[in-house]
Write a protein that binds this ligand. Structure first.
Ligand SMILES: [Zn+2]
Length: 306
């Protein structure tokens, strides 16, 4: 069984503020340690549960957040984003995805760093219903027949994810500063939380036959509501239909619909023909930059477990 671990960042144990998710900062360097520790537990749990092969796909921002040289060497690692065969690379080979460090949907009140796909949207809807990333990515993976079997992150993010993926195992992660800056109490919380990650990953992999690929039947009507009209004008280089701050498009299936979302966010019309080469250059650049030229971590008083 080939298990994929998809890693975002906001929902990792140890992370309590936005700056820890901002690429290139010393606080982010601490955040990377947190994420790497979480992912290592999920790798271990996947192998405990019977996985034969484990691949970690790094998804947040530039796609290079895990500290590659600290990852469990039994797992393969894929950083950065792709134009083909999909935005996430090759998905057809996975039997199950475990999703780590997720966050709540755009527009969720009182949530930690809530957004859907990118911070420019105040809400993303499919067929008039607000969606979170687990709706989107879950359905995208589902189109390849791949189920999501674990979600871990802030309580509200997990709640939203389980609405779309009720069969998935879950682990709730606290987002309060005090939880991570209280000495031995924090150390206990972290080690307990990460043990839960390992256990939940094992349970998900063992129960793979109970996991279902999420299917969203077309036709699908996508609406992306921007935070402002200025942002919308800047990003809507494709002249998708617009109404106020909302850009909309129809798609026969989630793959086409998601492609349009990526066009809106990452691939302006003029850049689109060159996206393959552009992403390849980005992958090389960020891998080198974030591996060899990263700042020293600033944990701001938090307990680190290494
Ligand atoms: Zn993220």
């Amino acid at each position: 069984m080939h298990v994929g671990i998809f890693a975002d960042l906001e929902g990792a144990f140890g992370i309590w503020r936005m700056r820890q998710c901002r690429t290139g900062t010393a606080e982010w360097q601490y955040g990377r340690q947190c994420l790497t520790a979480d992912v290592n537990q999920v790798i271990a749990g996947a192998f405990d549960g019977g996985a034969r092969k484990v691949t970690v796909k790094d998804t947040h921002d530039t796609g290079f957040n895990c500290l590659i040289n600290r990852l469990d060497r039994r797992a393969q690692y894929i950083g950065g984003h792709y134009a083909r065969p999909t935005f996430f690379g090759n998905l057809s080979d996975y039997d199950l995805i475990l999703y780590v460090a997720i966050h709540a949907a755009s527009g969720t009140p009182d949530a930690f760093f809530p957004h859907t796909h990118y911070g420019i949207f105040s809400e993303v809807r499919i067929n008039r219903k607000p969606v979170c990333e687990m709706d989107l990515h879950g359905a995208y993976l589902g189109e390849f027949g791949v189920p999501v079997g674990l979600v871990a992150g802030e309580d509200i993010a997990v709640k939203q994810a389980l609405t779309a993926l009720p069969w998935a195992e879950s682990v709730v992660v606290d987002k309060n500063k005090k939880t991570y800056t209280s000495g031995s109490e924090s150390a206990r919380y972290l080690s307990g939380g990460r043990k839960n990650l390992r256990k939940a990953a094992e349970t998900a992999v063992r129960g793979v036959e109970n996991m279902k690929p999420l299917k969203l039947a077309g036709p699908l009507y996508f609406e992306a509501e921007f935070r402002s009209e200025d942002l919308m004008d800047k990003f809507n280089t494709w002249n998708f239909q617009k109404n106020g701050k909302v850009v909309s498009w129809k798609a026969d299936n989630i793959l086409d619909g998601f492609d349009n979302l990526n066009k809106l966010v990452f691939f302006p019309r003029k850049v689109y023909p060159f996206r393959g080469i552009m992403l390849m250059l980005f992958r090389s650049y960020y891998r080198i930059k974030h591996t060899y030229f990263a700042p020293a971590p600033n944990a701001e008083g938090a307990i680190t477990m290494d």
